[in-house]
Ligand binder design. Sequence first.
Ligand code: TLP
Length: 343
Amino acid sequence: MHETVDLRSDTVTKPTEEMRKAMYSAEVGDDVFGEDPTVNELQKRCAEITGKESALFVPSGTMANCIASYVLTNEGDEVIVEEKSHIYNMEVAHLTLISRVLPRPLPSNKGEIDLNLIKKSIRKRGLHVPGTSLICLENTHNFWGGKAISPEYVKEAYELAKNEGLHVHLDGARIFNASIAYKKPVTEWTKYCDTVMFCFSKGLSCPVGSILCGEKEVIEEAKRARKLLGGGMRQAGVLAACALVAIDKMIKRLEEDHKKAKRLAEGLSELPGIKINPEEVETNIIIFEFSHPGLSIEDFLNRLRENKILALAISTTQIRMVTHKDVDFEDIERVLEVCKSIL
Ligand code: TLP
């Protein structure tokens, strides 16, 4: 039971005791020279886990996505993105500002863009038009309520991309949540993309860090791009040490976060003013429609805050709640009781 129940994001998770100890004793070196043994070990392990040749430790998921698009495209290309994707909506337009590409947002069925629509939208470079060079996918899909995209879909999208000579980048910020939901190893998805990034700083509870994995040449270029963006870190082994604890100890427990999200959705679905189908909750993120005759969305969130419960509105009618290690089952029951009494 926690005094404050913070459901704004899984990014709020604090490092574990074991991580703090690992930080303390981490062997370090200058990573810009490639001399940090702990970072090197982490990169090697992550390349193995994703079945890629190489990996690069970076400060954030945003930077990893930005680097991926930068190295996989040329200026003036077009990039297919899903319309609710994080890369399109929440990353300060780096596709335009840094990669200098034209984003082509497409609608989808819960994060899976119809393959015929992708096919129809691919453009060949010509006198008047940009050429499509990259498709970005997201798994789990944040703003589709943590939807875990199937490996079959990613495979088909990848095959289509390859037939058309395009690259695929997978924003796998929460790829381990998808892997737990499907009970399949992450390679079931990562073998169908050119680059994949995942975050240590979300449900895996690290303080900082994400990783970009791909073929050796791509990651060599990515290293230059990381430097360009000011993301070259020196004794980053203290952070990599946490990430190593995360991949060894924090993946399996994500299942518990999914159960908490399901329970939360079940309880909320019975309350007036809230619309959510708990059956559709697959991982640790729930998004529900809020519409109450006596209460605005801001009032509701303020009332929750007065009760030391934090959540975020993600649109004028939708609230997102994210479960994680620093919220327990008792907390979930308290949230449900408070919501019931408010509504
Ligand atoms: N997501 C954050 C917010 O930015 C919304 C969150 O609280 O969920 N890809 C996906 C799918 C993400 O959800 C996020 C962060 C990122 C990329 C960016 O990661 P960071 O925050 O490390 O730059």
